[in-house]
Ligand binder design. Structure first.
Ligand SMILES: Cc1ncc(COP(=O)(O)O)c(C=O)c1O
Length: 402
């Protein structure tokens, strides 16, 4: 559980502050198994992080403790990817005949798992409009077990009223699960609103350096124990070396996110005033449809911005290719700024008609704003936007300043 402010927990969360003469940095327990002195000890070790690394590992425990204290919940579990965390959690908590209510705006891979994989196990999902809470409530059936949420959403940055959905989940005795990857535990803590399980693609902000893949679920101890059993069976645990990288990344989470919040808002404000931009999405822009909700439940608007160019699909592609400080690549949450076109990347697997319902158009460009200087990022965007309406690719005269 949380003892200090998030900035402190990110750095000191799992440290035993009483301990003396130990290593300050977390050691990497790069081992598959653990030696015991006798078989009684062997039996005692089975449910600990000193048995076999698929069950647990002390380096993984440090990452898990830090994240559970950041999210202000009992416990957390790490996985080999964000998708591993989400699919394992759903499989741990659902059985044949159960039903899920899920928002329409969720990560494409999760949409695919809910709509194409869970039906093979006899588990159905009803997708509802993300911010229409009456529709959420109407979709609930006697066999509904999970309310699956994501906020802010990818890539249109809609913000879900966590107080409202938390209340719906409690009223109908459902497990509330949220993908909080875009939110980060620095900007929002969904457990404070009664959401039971918080999921992250740790690949993104938690690790923060675009150099690894990992996933996390955090929540109540009894639920985490159930998910632990399923993870142990499915085997998608995290490698200890990757955990060590995650622990190192977490130490700077609060400062990175604070800078990304500032930079992204500056970028969004610049785009909102630009003649070649049709629309801009960022939770802390005053024109955002859920601005008041975002201000109430988030302490920062996050590092993601998306916008539509005033032009064609080809214009959007040209702009994204003309950027230099925003690298054309499909991830997010790292220290370096990235750009991608959602219809070609994160939402390519979603049918075009569904994408339109989600507001994911061919003109939409998604930015993951990093920790660089905001003036340099804005200058890069200003230059790249000159590509709107030009017939050929923009020639870049010189490399940007470093
Ligand atoms: C919001 C969100 N959730 C989950 C995932 C899946 O995470 P991973 O790629 O770590 O498996 C992603 C990946 O892009 C994502 O953006």
């Amino acid at each position: 559980m949380k003892k200090h402010h998030p900035e402190t927990e990110a750095v000191r969360g799992a440290a035993n502050l009483e301990k003396k003469n130990g290593p300050l940095a977390t050691p990497i327990y790069q081992t598959s198994t653990f030696e015991v002195t006798d078989n009684d000890e062997q039996l005692r070790a089975t449910h600990t992080d000193h048995f076999y690394t698929r069950y647990g590992n002390p380096t993984n425990t440090v990452a898990e403790k830090t994240i559970s204290s950041l999210e202000c919940v009992d416990a957390a579990l790490t996985f080999s990817s964000g998708m591993g965390a989400i699919t394992t959690t759903l499989m741990a908590l659902l059985k044949t005949g159960d039903h899920v209510v899920a928002q329409r705006d969720i990560y494409g891979g999760v949409n695919k798992f809910l709509s194409q994989w869970l039906p093979k196990m006899g588990i159905e999902t009803t997708f509802v409009d993300t911010t229409d809470y009456e529709q959420h409530a109407r979709a609930i059936r006697p066999n509904t077990k999970v309310l699956y949420l994501e906020s802010p959403t990818n890539p249109t940055l809609r913000v879900v009223d966590l107080k409202k959905v938390g209340a719906i989940a409690r009223e109908h005795n459902l497990l509330g699960m949220i993908d909080s990857t875009f939110g980060t535990p620095i900007n929002q803590r969904p457990a404070e609103f009664g959401i039971d399980l918080i999921l992250h693609s740790g690949t993104k902000y938690l690790a923060g350096h675009t150099d690894m893949i990992c996933g996390v679920v955090a929540g109540r101890k009894d639920l985490i124990e159930k998910i632990w059993e399923t993870r142990t069976t499915l085997g998608n645990c995290m490698d200890p070396h990757a955990s060590w990288m995650l622990v190192r990344g977490l130490k700077t989470l609060a400062v990175r996110v604070a800078r990304q919040n500032e930079n992204a808002l500056r970028v969004a404000e610049f785009l909102a005033d630009h003649a070649k931009v049709r629309s801009v999405h960022h939770p802390f822009l005053q024109t955002h449809p859920q601005y008041a909700v975002a201000r109430r439940q988030m302490s920062g608007g996050g590092g993601m911005v998306s916008f539509e160019v005033e032009g064609s699909a080809a214009d959007a592609r040209r702009v994204s290719e003309a950027m230099r400080l925003f690298t054309l690549a499909p991830s997010l949450g790292g220290v370096e700024s990235l750009v991608s076109i959602p219809v070609l990347t994160s939402h390519a697997m979603i049918p075009a008609a569904d994408r339109v319902k989600m507001g994911v158009t061919e003109q939409l460009i998604r930015l993951s704003v990093g920790i660089e200087n905001a003036d340099d990022l804005i200058a890069d965007l200003e230059r790249a936007l000159e590509a709107v309406g030009t017939p050929q690719k923009v020639e870049v005269a010189s490399a940007p300043p470093r």
